[in-house]
Ligand binder design. Structure first.
Ligand code: AMP
Length: 218
């Protein structure tokens, strides 16, 4: 299965991607995680991306396209993948189509997580991430068993600097301007499925599983 998760920051794309990845054993490709890992490891691409990310702005298309094109060529993507946070602009979407057609693959599902602003702000401000394995928690909705410690790997949980209130506003504005037009793009290609991003994670996952099962029975 080749899947794109589309939606504003805080729509729950990362959480659903983790669940889908585990259930179907396909890689979760989060461009945000790739960039944060590059920053942590002081890689040149990380240094380049850092200033954009801190302000909640988008990292240039050429940088992102290169990262994703290379990642999709890795063998674990042969049977499918979940793209979380990419594409984010029309240029990226076109590049992705091009890269996939070169390896004779195509996207099967584009899920658009329709999410209300109140829910987004509540989720982002309570979100905590594992520094080590990137697992996602929420201080109220999905707390770790021990505060500040990842259930999966024992890593330290932290709040992303761009999840602070000042940056959230900018990220939402940029999402509206640059990423929202992709909804139309995938709708025209007849690939888009809208789902309710306000649902609790386990409920939304059930919805997604039903859609996958329905498609297999078609
Ligand atoms: P995310 O973890 O998906 O919320 O991404 C965090 C930040 O990484 C974004 O606010 C951008 O600065 C950068 N980023 C991640 N993916 C992309 C992308 N596809 N295009 C441009 N910037 C990106």
């Amino acid at each position: 299965m080749r899947i794109i998760l589309l939606g504003p920051p805080g729509a729950g794309k990362g959480t659903q991607a983790q669940l889908i990845s585990k259930r179907f054993d396909i890689p979760h490709i989060s461009t945000g995680d790739i960039l944060r890992e590059a920053i942590k490891n002081k890689k040149p691409v990380g240094l380049k991306a850092k200033t954009y990310m801190e302000k909640g702005e988008l990292v240039p298309d050429e940088v992102m396209n290169k990262i994703v094109t290379l990642r999709l060529k890795e063998s674990d993507c042969d049977t499918g993948f979940i793209l979380d946070g990419y594409p984010r602009t029309k240029t990226q979407a076109l590049k992705l189509d091009d890269a996939l057609s070169q390896i004779r693959q195509k996207i099967e599902f584009v899920f658009y997580f329709e999410t209300s602003t109140d829910v987004i702000i509540e989720r982002l401000s309570g979100r905590r991430i594992c520094k080590n394995c990137h697992a996602v928690y929420h201080i109220k909705n999905m707390p770790s068993r021990q505060a500040g410690v990842c259930d999966k790997c024992g890593g330290e949980l932290y709040q992303r600097p761009d999840d602070k209130k000042e940056t959230i506003k900018n990220r939402l504005e940029i999402y509206g301007r640059q990423t929202e037009p992709l909804i139309n793009y995938y709708q025209k290609l007849n690939k888009l499925t809208k789902v309710n991003g306000d649902l609790a994670a386990e409920k939304l996952f059930e919805v997604l599983l039903k859609i996958f099962a329905g498609r297999r029975n078609e």
